[in-house]
Design a protein around this ligand. Sequence first.
Ligand code: ATP
Ligand code: IP8
Length: 260
Amino acid sequence: MMILIKLGGSVITDKRRYRTFNEETVSRLCNEIAESDRSVLIVHGAGSFGHVLAKRYALQDGLIDYGQVAAAARVQHDVRDLSSKVVDGLLKAGIPAVSVPPGSCFVMDGGRLVAEDTEAIRALASLGIMPVLFGDVVTDRKKGFGICSGDQLMEFLGGLFKPEKVVFVSDVDGLYDKDPKEHPDAVLIAEVTSATLAEVESGIGVDDVTGGVVAKMESMLRMSGDSRECVLVNGNVPGRLHSLLVGEEVISTTAKGGLA
Ligand code: ATP
Ligand code: IP8
């Protein structure tokens, strides 16, 4: 019985300011995960360690000019740095974990993740050492390089480990009909389906090269296809992730019914 969790870049960093790590929040979330006593696998987003420079140098478009190469290397360095901070939080909470950089072990093909060799990841997990993957710059057979999001990695790990529950942790209570940070009258949607997603407006308040909350919901709907519980929850509210992990009802959005 495993739970797959993505710690979103909006909760582990301040997405508006380059390389700003939310250390206290990460440490609290790692403790909430450890105290839930559930078997979990964690992925994390890049937040301001990835999106700020990726957007400035259009890294999501692939190699267009050699001016991007130094930025691609810099972003890889920055997201590895972020990942070691997250893993530090997990180790301090008593969870054995190791950072596994997707850009060093996978490739992409026209934006699609190609992860042929999964032996090391599976072996680490079966030893009880959690492999922690994260949104990264990954080389691409067609585009030179591209951005592999934490959400793409969630779908890949969902296929590999078949978790019974999938949790996306962000800095909002769930999916709203429009961006709650720009519209105080936004209404929270407790349950989202392919049909209701069409009516959602996504704000573009901060730099984000991987499609924002609508792309996240599409990933969640795809993962919910085989009636798996797939939930978006606010990690900035102390105790909420813990409550969700131990099976209590919490304010959140659940994706249902697959992506049409
Ligand atoms: P990252 O991709 O860096 O890992 P994340 O997984 O935390 O980040 P985001 O892609 O930043 O998630 O999506 C969450 C953000 O989406 C929130 O901070 C919120 O302001 C914004 N947002 C825009 N439109 C909506 C909406 N309709 N409902 C909920 N959040 C929205
Ligand atoms: O934060 C994006 O991954 P995400 C990765 O999960 C980079 O969307 C490097 C911008």
